[in-house]
Design a protein around this ligand. Sequence first.
Ligand code: PAF
Length: 307
Amino acid sequence: MKITIVGAGAMGCLFAAYLSKSKQEIWLLDKDKFNAAKLNQQGIFLEGVSGNWRAKVNSTADAGLIGKSDLVIICVKSYHTRSAITSAKPLLAAGSKVLTLQNGLGNIEAISEVVGSESVIGGVTSEGATLLDIGKIRHAGRGDTVIGRIDSRSSAGMSGIREIFNKVGLNLKISRDIKSLLWSKLIINVGINALTAITGLKNGKLIDYEGTRRILRGAVTEATRIAKRKRIKLIYDDPLAKVEAVCEATAGNVSSMLQDVGRRKSTEIDFINGVIVRLGQELGIPVPVNSLLTDLVKTIESTYHLT
Ligand code: PAF
């Protein structure tokens, strides 16, 4: 199987490094020529829960060089999904599948608009990774990766993916209800990401302070109300307890949004708390905490140039 991972951020590098241990042909596509060349030369260095190791990868900024791939895994930030899938078009042949392992909501829809929904597989991952430098990552925590079709259509093609992932030590499961998984992950990101980006705290610290704990609870409660109205069944019974448990389990993590703010990059706020704000307006459900978090993160983004 030829597999191309699009996006050489923390997650893209993590999956590329692991999948390079398989017997498949693995490529990493990054739009930045300099990054792609460096990765091709030096490979990917990993440290953290999986030890210190280096993986050799084929990397390029030119999709034409890779050619048709059986599986394309999208690991770019959600605001780059559309441009990433458009630039990945040369990789797609009849029967190619596109798997999104991104945070937030809206990626499946954006990819489907370009390639057709029958080719798209959704996914969520609880692997934790921090980008330290180009091609240098810390594997911060292990977790499951769960994939599935948004329309619960046949799971054809997915067991092959599961086999490849599992063989290289990545725990991958197949779900019949990916929507529920996407929302269950969204609610975790709603509680953690913006609040860490604003306060500069690591995940675990959010529950150590009364103020952040209260805000976290407010954001999660609002998002849960929206999920309920939309009749989304979450994979856990108690969302507040779950998000706090994730804070504990990933206590030392620098959330992806805090990493973005630290690097003065755009964040995925529109695809996380911003989604709750939009849906709240649509459904007439008040979401003041998510509005505030969204406004604050957007303010931080627009003042990067001042500091
Ligand atoms: O975006 C992230 O950082 C992660 O999804 C999570 C679960 C919040 C852990 O850091």
